[in-house]
Ligand binder design. Structure first.
Ligand SMILES: Cc1ncc(C[n+]2csc(CCOP(=O)(O)OP(=O)(O)O)c2C)c(N)n1
Ligand SMILES: [Mg+2]
Length: 371
């Protein structure tokens, strides 16, 4: 093996770092001042996301869901820790691994499952499928399939907030592959220079499809990517720890609201399943041992253990939460199955502006009038 050869770029598997967020212990109240009910809510959202996606995987195998389907299993603490402290008028935008984020933001499991099935009751009316969950009423701005393509949109949302004089923030999720895309730099640069309240949340699950991020990264510590930008705070966090996630997010939100400055967070996490339904969880680009190592640090079991140890829940309550999540996922699949497919008329609806709904001839007339 020679220096610079492909072999020399292979990397050894690592497990989760045992150190808490940024190497510093959580300060003050171990539960960040959250009430018992708030903690149970975080646990519920994580369990619901997990059980929902397990159900989605099951029905995918039966052919009820078609096309791409990327599961989030293993990364639940990132979505729950980061979305839960937001206000309803904040914005959330994400990539294609979006089911759990949509549910945590408040899109109902029924509407997410129906979208996966491509049915009219889906949150995107069946047009989008797995990668394009969307709900304007919740300021959940998608669901985007092009790697890095939505970062400029997040930056635009940040600009809109500033332009209108609001104090919202825009939370933007993306994967470790995005740091090598040009739009990443452009977005971070504009957000830092123009002081836009965008929270760039990199979910470093260690793989872009089948590529270990360290094989393609010339800057190995991904959080260091943010250091080049004056006016942008850059940090990393244990993304398998929902409380650590929540703590750095609360700080980033406060910074965005008061100083209007962006934050770049690298959440170190791991996806337990393959990249998509077509990809096995291990055996090609990563080993069974690596997956098992991360699975032994499951973010849901970790938080569950902490709550039990602090007498915040009982085993019986946990089992009841789990059962409720399984039942909700099951009901969502039944709901989706009952929902009709969009009819042929849907081709003309909801694609262009509602100012010319339903008929392409109307649209053409509208164009003529305004051209
Ligand atoms: C511009 C562009 N190039 C390539 C692809 C194909 N593609 C889909 S997912 C993916 C990897 C993305 O990995 P990462 O950003 O780490 O997100 P993760 O899948 O880990 O959530 C690639 C290359 C794409 N969708 N868009
Ligand atoms: Mg990745």
């Amino acid at each position: 093996m020679t220096e610079g050869s492909v072999e020399s770029m292979t990397v050894s598997p690592e497990g989760r770092s045992p150190s808490p967020a940024n190497g510093r212990p959580l300060e003050g109240d171990e539960f960040l001042g959250l009430s018992r009910e708030e903690c149970v809510r975080l646990l519920w959202l994580m369990v619901l996301s997990r059980r929902f996606e397990e159900k989605a995987a099951e029905v995918y195998q039966t052919g009820k869901i078609g096309g791409f389907c990327h599961l989030y299993i293993g990364q639940e603490a990132v979505a729950v820790g980061s979305i839960s402290p937001l206000r309803p008028d904040d914005y959330v935008i994400t990539a294609y691994r979006d089911h759990a984020q949509a549910i945590v933001r408040g899109i109902t499991p029924n509407a997410v499952m129906a979208e996966l099935y491509g049915r009219v009751d889906g949150c995107s009316k069946g047009y989008g499928g797995s990668m394009h969950m969307f709900d304007k009423s919740l300021n959940f701005m998608g669901g985007h399939g092009i790697v890095g393509g939505h970062l400029p949109l997040a930056t635009g949302a940040g600009y809109a907030i500033r332009y209108r004089g609001g104090d919202q923030v825009c939370l933007c999720f993306f994967g470790d592959s995005v740091v090598n895309i040009g739009a990443f730099h452009e977005s971070m640069n504009i957000a830092a220079r123009m002081k836009l309240p965008v929270i760039f949340l990199l979910e470093n699950n260690r793989y872009g499809m089948g590529t270990d991020y360290r094989r393609v990264a010339a800057v190995k510590e991904l959080k260091d990517r943010g250091l080049a930008y004056d006016g942008l705070v850059s940090l990393d966090v244990d993304g398998m720890d929902v409380l650590a996630m929540r703590q750095v997010m609360e700080e980033a939100i406060e910074r965005g609201r008061t100083e209007k400055t962006p934050t770049f967070i690298e959440a170190k996490c791991f996806r337990y399943m393959g990249h998509s339904m077509a990809d096995p969880s291990h055996g090609t680009y990563r080993t069974k041992e690596e997956v098992e190592k991360w699975r032994s640090d499951d973010p849901i079991l970790d938080f569950h253990r902490k709550l039990i140890a602090a007498n915040r829940i009982t085993e019986a309550e946990y089992e009841s939460i789990d059962k409720q999540a399984i039942d909700t996922a099951e009901a969502a699949a039944e709901f989706a199955d009952q929902s009709p497919f969009p009819g042929p008329e849907a081709i003309y609806q909801h694609v262009y502006s509602d100012q010319y709904p339903g008929d392409m001839r109307q649209r053409d007339a509208w164009r003529k009038e305004f051209s």
